[in-house]
Design a protein around this ligand. Sequence first.
Ligand code: NOJ
Ligand code: CA
Length: 561
Amino acid sequence: MRREWWHDKVAYQIYPKSFRDTNGDGIGDLPGIIEKLDYLKDLGVDIVWISPIFCSPMVDNGYDISDYYDIDPMFGTMEDMDQLIEEGKKRGISILLDLVVNHCSSEHEFFKKAMEDPDGPYGQYFYIRDGKDGLPPNNWRSYFGPSAWTKIPGYENKFYLHSYAAEQPDLNWENPEVREKIYEMVCWWMEKGLGGFRIDAIMDIKKDLTWQDLPVDGPDGMGAIYKINQKVKGIDAFLLELRRRCFTPYDGFGIGEALKINEETLKKSIGDGGYFSSIFAFEPCHVYRKGDDFTTYDFPIDFHEWREKTFQNHELIGDIGFEANLIGNHDQPRGASLFIPKKDYGFNSVSALATIIFCQRGLPFIYQGEEIGMTNREGWKKEEYADSATLGKFEYFEQWGYDIEKIEKVIATHSRDNGRTPMQWDDSEHGGFTIGKPWLVVNENYKEINVAAQEREYGSILNFYKRLIAFRKSEEYKEILTYGSISQIYGQYDYIFAYRRALGNQCLDLICNFCGEEQVVELQEEYDNVIFVNQEQTTMIGNRIVLKPYEVVVFEKLNTV
Ligand code: NOJ
Ligand code: CA
């Protein structure tokens, strides 16, 4: 594997609407990100991915872009953006923006022109098909619930395709003119000095051009649209072209949001010559998704499944490249709530979870607020949700006669709004996020969980994260933590998450007791050093280690060969 500049970096995702508001309108903004660059630098972050900040009607919080060449005024100006890139560079922080090109907004000029004349050239920029006697052309269900087809106003039987909300029409990647427009835009941004892009919904860009129905998988008679990705061929050409035209010339970092891909696609996605620099390791962190149906989502996750998927995934990847390891993002509930049973939440469990993620092979990605242990919000009322996908779920399940009480519970624990409540900076009103009225309710626990308090407290989660990142990047262990192989150890123990990183004649064994009870592990090795812990006073009795609840220990063994 060729060495790349981003291999040993630590990344941080910002959801800009909820990060830091500087002008009191209740919405986070670019000056807010600039203000917090020193905080990120101090944490040890090298790469910052910012969810979309482009002009948008905000139907899906910016994942519906109406102008790719401008900043939405709610976030600031292009001057702010230029300054952010500059200030980032001064601190050794690369900025990644979010590349949303499976679809644009229905307010984008291309789409408006297409709607005025669906048979004209801009009609070819989208997927426009005749319906079946006024009904959609096929039974594809959008990610957000209803049909993936919406009728074009003024036409009896013409529909356009949208994998997500109706206000997010899918761009026609088969049209070379569309691809050119996209590449031109990406290069324009790369010229500004970005480190690269996170690439949204990218596995959706290839459609099944036979437009056949999908097997029915719900009471609505439809089939989930993502299933076409698993059967269509030919996405390779688009992805490789995107990389060649937009990323290779700038040595840019492109990380794909590639969900539910098969083994073969995974192997082609990363590493030398891959479609992307990296992709997110969703397999292990999505184990709570038992089926397509939201009602089957589990909470909290099943430890054993999580562990199993993690190692299966590493086995598949081997040494071909790196995936990005994550605990959460803006599409997920809070990791601290999802991975840790509520009764066990605290410094020990959150720091153990972070260590398990950070010492694996792959790029660590922090989602804003994880570094202080932010949790799901409790007590959501229906009218407090802002996310269109969450609201769509209420509508969908009501319409199809599901047990509403059960649905409300699943939504409360799994709504993406849990991950989107504003960042908790201090214990002043609204957690120091804004002096105005926040666009989304702040989690009431901001008085206990906030950055300022944790900066003051030596043994806080925040200070632990700094120590963990410093360990990951230390001269002594950076090489093995980045490039070392990974394999599971002590798998016969319940609730022990343990693995070996090995490189040359050095090896590191991480052993973590991920449950609320003490556990004793009989060690199979004699170690030279204990090099990282999350709790004080590790107890050893002979070759046995007595692990306290959520205790993690990293041992070093030298001269293994
Ligand atoms: C994935 C993004 O992460 C999510 O927030 C968005 O709703 C969809 N893609 C559509 O762009
Ligand atoms: Ca603002």
